[in-house]
Design a protein around this ligand. Structure first.
Ligand code: CUA
Length: 158
């Protein structure tokens, strides 16, 4: 009789643990989804060239936003557009990027910018360029034979 009671307790404990486990798993799967957290907006990867802002890649001054400039990039195997850009020192910039074909990386060496560009998604990062110099943009996701040549450059100038 005593054993029976204990078995019951263990059974309840077991089911309880399982429920907690499944809840945690379900909730985290729901929140993480299947896309990186930096990707909130979507885009048709086949119409990147005709959709704003990607129809005009490059640096643009903006008004009435929390940032001063928007820096728009289009990535495709094996290059970024624009290939080189000048940014004024101290500018608060929202980097907006997407890819036209496969997954590419977007890492700006020497900064905190490190995004993954996925076809169909728009990746964004707001940062302030407060140190003059040249910054290399690197692709850190293997994307094919030209992967290692895929770079761009940001020049922060006074
Ligand atoms: Cu693009 Cu590696």
């Amino acid at each position: 009789m005593h054993m029976h009671k204990f078995e019951k307790i263990w059974l309840i404990f077991g089911i309880g643990t399982l429920l907690v486990f499944l809840t945690v798993l379900g909730v985290s799967a729901f929140y993480l989804g299947n896309q990186p957290p930096s990707c909130l907006a979507t885009i048709n990867p086949e119409k990147v060239d005709t959709n704003a802002p990607f129809n005009e890649p490059g640096l643009k001054k903006v008004e009435g936003k929390d940032w001063d400039y928007e820096l728009v990039y289009v990535a495709q195997a094996f290059a970024y557009t624009p290939g080189e850009i000048e940014v004024p020192l101290g500018a608060k910039v929202k980097v907006i990027a997407t890819t036209k074909d496969v997954i590419h990386g977007f890492q700006v060496a020497g900064t905190n910018i490190n995004m993954m560009l996925e076809p169909g998604y728009i990746s964004e990062y707001v940062t302030t360029f407060d140190k003059a110099g040249e910054y290399l943009i690197l692709c850190n996701e293997y994307c094919g034979s030209g992967h290692h040549m895929m770079t761009s450059k940001i020049k922060v100038v006074e």
